[in-house]
Design a protein around this ligand. Structure first.
Ligand code: SF4
Length: 361
């Protein structure tokens, strides 16, 4: 053990959070937890992880489930591509790799949605392979300990962290060392407020010794954000005396793949110019009354690289916008997975109407 790993592992043993995926070395469960945590905070991820493994306790359960069932469990967590990747990979492992879970960093990286970090985390935690799992927390810790001059998330910083960790991981307990560093970054060496007095590495940390903790890591350039305008056409109607809503499934190659939404028109500008013209063209679809944009419900929804401006407009569309539209009874909306803004609208504006005798119809 060297001067880094001894205090680090001792601290980890006593101070680590009691997280459900830390009770196991089952690679399937660790894989699920790592995919959930790719874009999700730990406190939010716990309930989704528990729900997911209760619904799909083994890889066989996940491989044999329908994608809609997977989306129903994932609903609200965002980044739905992760659910698709999990499902695709589970089917691949179950059907073509005679049910042997990939057990090396190289094999794991061949699965959909698994990059350097996730492959290293699973390989080291489940199979004790000595590979460095470098996430934002780990980069921050090493950046401060050695006052590294590379920007956050840069390939140069990742390479430097990997060089630092290589000799440490070769000694023993690579899974624990990786987890300890991530835990240290998440709970002690926090971005804006490092708690150096509680840190097992404080005697070795150059940033702490020079009082420059907050200067590291160097900031990464801000990624560009895309702005989009979505116009959702909401139509509550009666079918056989049952309140129903038109919905359609989103296709591949964009956000919310496979989820359901109200028929939607995407425009290049807010719906007071070009998009209104689009709506006027809908008369051929049975739209007899021009929707009043002033009465639309507006919601702004932020994703990591996209800002969505959403307008929900009540319409009297008599026919579906496209052939793929479904007239769904409101009592069955729970069987379909929706993106969060649609789900919120359903629960806030439509369900109460249904529950207190529909006034739309
Ligand atoms: S001493 Fe402070 S800045 Fe250095 S690694 Fe520990 S918490 Fe981070």
């Amino acid at each position: 053990m060297n001067s880094f790993t001894t205090p680090l592992l001792k601290w980890f043993q006593h101070s680590k959070r009691d997280l459900p995926w830390r009770q196991t070395t089952n690679p399937y469960l660790i894989w699920v937890s790592e995919i959930i945590l790719q874009q999700t905070r730990v406190d939010q991820g716990i309930s989704y992880y528990e729900k997911f493994i209760k619904t799909f306790p083994t890889l066989a359960h996940l491989a044999n489930a329908s994608f809609n069932d997977v989306l129903l469990v994932w609903q609200g967590l965002g980044y739905y591509r992760r659910a698709q990747n999990l499902h695709n990979s589970a089917k691949l492992i179950f059907n073509t790799l005679p049910f042997r879970f990939p057990s090396t960093y190289v094999e794991l990286k061949k699965l959909d949605g698994i990059g350097d970090y996730t492959a290293a985390a699973i390989a080291s935690i489940a199979f004790q392979e000595p590979v460095a799992a470098i996430d934002g927390n780990v980069m921050r810790v090493w950046s401060r300990v050695f006052c590294l001059s590379h920007p956050m998330n840069s390939p140069q910083l990742k390479k430097k962290c990997s060089e630092i960790m290589e000799p440490l991981l070769g000694e023993a307990h690579p899974g624990d060392i990786n987890q300890a560093l991530m835990e240290l970054g998440a709970t002690v060496c926090k971005p804006g407020d490092p708690m150096c007095d509680q840190c097992p590495l404080k005697q070795l940390c150059k940033a702490h010794q020079s009082g420059n903790q907050r200067s590291y890591p160097l900031k990464a350039p801000k990624p560009k954000t895309r702005t989009r305008f979505f116009l959702f056409l909401v139509n509550l109607h009666l079918r056989d005396q049952t309140p129903c809503i038109w919905i359609e499934q989103r296709g591949a190659g964009d956000i919310w793949q496979g989820l359901y939404q109200f028929p939607m028109i995407e425009t290049n500008a807010p719906p007071d110019s070009e998009s209104l013209a689009h709506i006027e063209h809908l008369t051929s679809m049975g739209l007899t009354e021009k929707p009043d944009i002033q009465k639309a419900v507006y919601v702004k929804h932020k994703l990591t690289h996209q800002t969505l401006h959403c307008w929900f407009i009540n319409t009297n569309l008599e026919k579906p916008l496209t052939e793929s539209c479904i007239s769904l009874p409101m009592s069955e909306t729970h069987r379909f997975a929706f993106p969060r803004p649609i789900l919120n609208y359903l629960h806030t504006y439509l369900k109460p109407e249904i529950e207190s005798d529909c006034t739309f119809c």
